[in-house]
Write a new protein. Structure first.
Length: 281
């Protein structure tokens, strides 16, 4: 390794860090500009973007509607994180951490932020996709929080240094590739004896994990499938493909999406929106 870095005694943000998201990185929190959030007619107002964390929530909302829970109708507004929308005053009021997704439940006045918290809130609100048996519920929560703790190593670690950093550095890529493959192995072994992540029921644990790890092994994340040799995880592959055939997953993937190939639905205000964009392609 070359170009060794010696940290100063006191770190200061005196230059841009570089990389794809350098323009929005800063060491302080809070709003940078005034901007009210739009609101639609439904009780649930989602402010998000179709990153893996955002897709978790839109999959759950679409699964609830697919299951006939009409009260789960929602408006979804795009928050362009590349443009700094997450630092608008209205969004910061909803989520002081300035990360998507964030949810406003107008029926209760509740703000809900952090994707895992939103999944749990909606599952409990609508009594769906969360096992009632105490042992199965605990196992579901085990895997929900596994995802919350593990994905930063996949995204902020592996994904950043492999795909987004301004230069390719061997040490961090090797470090986070090791951890990413270990996590894939954890999931593959869990799915060897279980149809779904937490057992025999489809739950919010599956919805939390699929947009990260399912998309990764299907070649939809970081263009890293060959590098990570994802074919070495057959049980994870089986599960990822199984969930990818679900209509609600297919719909949830495109909500708040405004980039890339395929269908995109930057804003969603009703089920008819999907018919409209399908007919236009």
């Amino acid at each position: 390794m070359t170009n060794n870095y010696t940290p100063p005694k006191v770190w200061r943000a005196d230059k841009e860090s570089g990389g794809q998201f350098a323009n929005i990185n800063r060491p302080v929190s809070g709003a940078t500009h005034d901007k009210k959030l739009a609101q639609g007619k439904h009780p649930l107002q989602l402010y998000s973007m179709a990153t893996p964390n955002g897709v978790k929530v839109t999959i759950l909302l679409e699964e609830l509607l697919e299951a006939g829970v009409s009260a789960a109708e929602y408006d979804a507004w795009i928050i362009s994180i590349k443009d700094g929308d997450q630092f608008g005053s209205g969004f910061v009021d909803l989520n002081p951490n300035s990360k998507i997704p964030a949810l406003l439940d107008k029926s209760t006045g509740s703000r809900v932020f952090e994707s895992g918290s939103i999944l749990l809130y909606l599952a409990e609100k609508f009594d769906a996709f969360m096992p009632k048996d105490p042992a199965k519920r605990t196992e579901t929560l085990n895997w929900l929080f596994w995802q919350m703790g593990s994905a930063p190593f996949l995204g902020g670690g592996f994904g950043h240094f492999y795909a987004y950093a301004p230069e390719k550095l061997e040490y961090p890529i090797n470090r986070y590739t090791m951890e990413a493959k270990r996590q894939l192995d954890v999931l593959d072994k869990q799915l060897a004896d279980n149809q779904y992540i937490a057992g025999d029921e489809y739950t919010i644990a599956d919805m939390a994990i699929w947009p990260w790890y399912g998309a990764l092994v299907l070649g939809e994340l970081y263009d890293a499938a060959e590098f990570l040799q994802v074919q070495d995880y057959p049980n994870l592959q089986r599960w990822a493909k199984q969930l990818n055939t679900r209509p609600a997953v297919q719909r949830g993937k495109i909500v708040n999406r405004n980039w890339g190939n395929g269908l995109q639905l930057p804003e969603r205000h009703g089920s008819a929106d999907f018919t409209a964009i399908a007919g236009s392609n």
